[in-house]
Design a protein around this ligand. Sequence first.
Ligand SMILES: [Zn+2]
Ligand SMILES: [Zn+2]
Length: 342
Amino acid sequence: MATMQAYQIVEWGKPAEYREVPVPEPGAGQLLVKMAGAGLCRTDLHILKSPAGFWPDPPFTIGHENAGWVAQVGQSVDGFSEGNAVLISSMYYCGYCQKCARGMHEQCRNIGLPGYGIGYDGGLAEWILVEAKHAVHLGALSPVTAAPLADAAASSYHAVKMMLDFLVPGSTAAVIGVGGLGAYAVQYLKLLTGARIIGVDAVQDRLDDAGRLGAHDTVLSDEGTAEKLLELVPEGVDAVFDFVGRTETMSTGVRVLSQGARLVVAGIGGGEIPMGWEKIAMNAGFINTRGFNVSDLNEIVALARDGRIEMAATHFPFDKIEDGLQALETASVKGRAVVTFD
Ligand SMILES: [Zn+2]
Ligand SMILES: [Zn+2]
């Protein structure tokens, strides 16, 4: 039986390790994909540090921002052939429940948290087995470049897409946390809306990048962030995207909302804010969002293929995954950390 190297969590509380495992064989409806690029994510750090019970049980291969080349096509699969470049959705959805049928794959009724690299074997291995319905064609886009589109770039796209009706010309969007997901959000807002975009962050370097990527104004965050925002936009902000999700950022966000606005929280910072009459602007709303649908993936692939979004990345070879995770941990990586295979 053919074997391959896979970077797996074997037991909670122990570091992940390279293991020799069988190369999976695609069954009906499945694809075997030769990995090309696997983005590392803060969720991976979280998984590696978690106690038992928080995530699905090991052993499993981590890595949920995956892209590669179709190596083998299972029975009953249409639309894919060997050699196709594909992006693999980090959302694992059934495809037939009422939510999936309506295109709301992120709200799938049959599958909750697990996905490739989170319970199911992920992409930090030479090959990955996927359901064909979770693969999206990349066309001429390199799978190494595309890997972060499977998760980081897609979740922020979904958040922005949700708010398009609010962000007409003359409106204002604020993005709190413009590293990582937020840097993508600034670009999507610039591409898809007529809104004035304000970037908010505690790090000046990131604000400089946000300005280059399309933010009209930037605010260096401190205790007075809400006041600074309201000075810039006395009428209030129509959509606040919070990619941090701590109590401080959510409190800032809710304070600057205009009537009828939305606070969209995409950062899993564990914060909480009081909610109720007079705690939030009239007709305003709070949305927490995780994930995206297949249409989102197709759309960001199209944007990336046309060179309309900037996707900074630092590459780490497959045998140096730990260096990549370390760089992520110490925030010393420029752009996304992407593991490459040859
Ligand atoms: Zn992730
Ligand atoms: Zn479903």
